[in-house]
Design a protein around this ligand. Sequence first.
Ligand SMILES: NC(=O)c1ccc[n+]([C@@H]2O[C@H](COP(=O)([O-])OP(=O)(O)OC[C@H]3O[C@@H](n4cnc5c(N)ncnc54)[C@H](OP(=O)(O)O)[C@@H]3O)[C@@H](O)[C@H]2O)c1
Length: 214
Amino acid sequence: MRVGILGTGDVGRALGRAFAQLGHQVKMGSRDANNEKGKAWAAENGPAASTGSFAEAAQFAELSVLCTLWSGTENALRLAGSQNLAGKVLIDATNPLVFTPGAPPALALGHTDSGGEQVQRWAPQSRVVKAFNTVGHAHMFKPQFPGGPPDMFICGNDGGAKTTVTGILTAFGWNTIDTGGIKGARLLEPMCILWVLYGMRTNTWNHAFKLLRK
Ligand SMILES: NC(=O)c1ccc[n+]([C@@H]2O[C@H](COP(=O)([O-])OP(=O)(O)OC[C@H]3O[C@@H](n4cnc5c(N)ncnc54)[C@H](OP(=O)(O)O)[C@@H]3O)[C@@H](O)[C@H]2O)c1
């Protein structure tokens, strides 16, 4: 598959590396097609990895992954171009975080709205699936935990898109839990805050969520 990674940060580079390792063609997009982090990432990931602008990555891709700082996400989607994302699966890995020095991150919106819903409004013709937002980037691919594979909670309005993303998550080493429509992001985004607060309290960053059932 041709995959567009919209973002050159830790998440974009980790997910881009994972897709390339699984044999996909991956183009990483940025505000600057010559972004140094993007170029270094492409050099490390072989001929299947390339870089470009946000628009070039979105146009290239059959499926894109949104991995941008929340405050830049609307702009990144505008630069990617709605026509380049129309009809395609858009995995939303962002969290709508606001940062205050000396304090844990907080959510910019919630309860009656979510980042996932906002992303779907910004990219109305895309098939948005929230995923990868409830774990740190170091564990997004082939997570290894003593209790077995953790669970990735996803949500989105398009059933076919969620089936595609579930297949990707299986290849990435996750069990998937579909929580319903994109409104579910109102619950999945606070899970990121829980993940971060537990990390800050324990100074450990090797945890992931799992739903126990019987
Ligand atoms: N870090 C984690 O472990 C983790 C885990 C789960 C979810 N998340 C979420 O995933 C997202 C990415 O996190 P990250 O830590 O990898 O990277 P990040 O530093 O939050 O974001 C980097 C990306 O944001 C883009 N960006 C910043 N300001 C922009 C603007 N004004 N307009 C357009 N684009 C802009 C940058 O573009 P350029 O390439 O042009 O610089 C870059 O590609 C965030 O929403 C974060 O909350 C992070």
